[in-house]
Unconditional design. Structure first.
Length: 183
């Protein structure tokens, strides 16, 4: 029993700090392991309500390189408050030697076979949505996070999305600060 108490005292402050830093649960209410600190690929400028992300397609070998920042199949959820500006520096790492793209689509519970025009949020897509951004090439994406809702970050190159190249993107009316959760 005394051993249990010692462990609890050590673990609890760390867990509490992680929950505060990460914004607790996503708006959907599904449980998630919350990262203790903002990842290096997210930068928050609260004064200007600007959330900037480096989104690397094919970062390492996760999901056979069909991933964004190493995450696929909805493992990553990015939440941005409604009305914030979002800036994305998109880069295709070249791992896997495939083209990739980026698009915000609605979360309908179904993954489409390829990119859909127009994106669910105006301008929330890379160029060459279907053909993709070639290996080692970059693009930038800028949009306003609205309206509130549940979306996906999705690769529009045919078959990449249904192979798992998607993550969750939530625009939250009540979200105080941008947050990242990882399952
Ligand atoms: Cu792709």
């Amino acid at each position: 029993m005394s051993f249990y108490r010692v462990v609890w005292r050590i673990v609890w402050p760390a867990a509490g700090a992680a929950l505060l830093a990460g914004g607790v649960l996503g708006p959907g209410g599904h449980s998630a392991v919350v990262s203790a600190a903002a990842p290096p690929w997210m930068r928050v400028d609260a004064a200007h309500k600007l959330a900037s992300f480096t989104v690397t397609a094919a970062q390492g070998g996760a999901n056979g390189t069909l991933n964004f920042n190493g995450y696929a199949n909805g493992r990553l959820t990015v939440t941005v408050p409604t009305g914030w500006r979002v800036h994305i520096d998109f880069v295709n790492s070249g791992a896997g030697a495939l083209p990739h793209s980026f698009e915000v689509i609605r979360d309908t519970g179904k993954i489409p076979p390829q990119g859909i025009e127009p994106p669910a949020i105006p301008r929330a897509e890379t160029g060459n949505l279907i053909a993709g951004v070639p290996p080692m090439r970059k693009d930038t994406v800028d949009f306003i996070a609205a309206p509130p809702g549940r979306y996906l970050w999705f690769c529009g190159v045919p078959s990449h999305g249904i192979s798992g190249m998607w993550n969750r993107f939530v625009v939250g009316a009540g979200a105080g600060m941008p947050a990242v959760t990882i399952k």
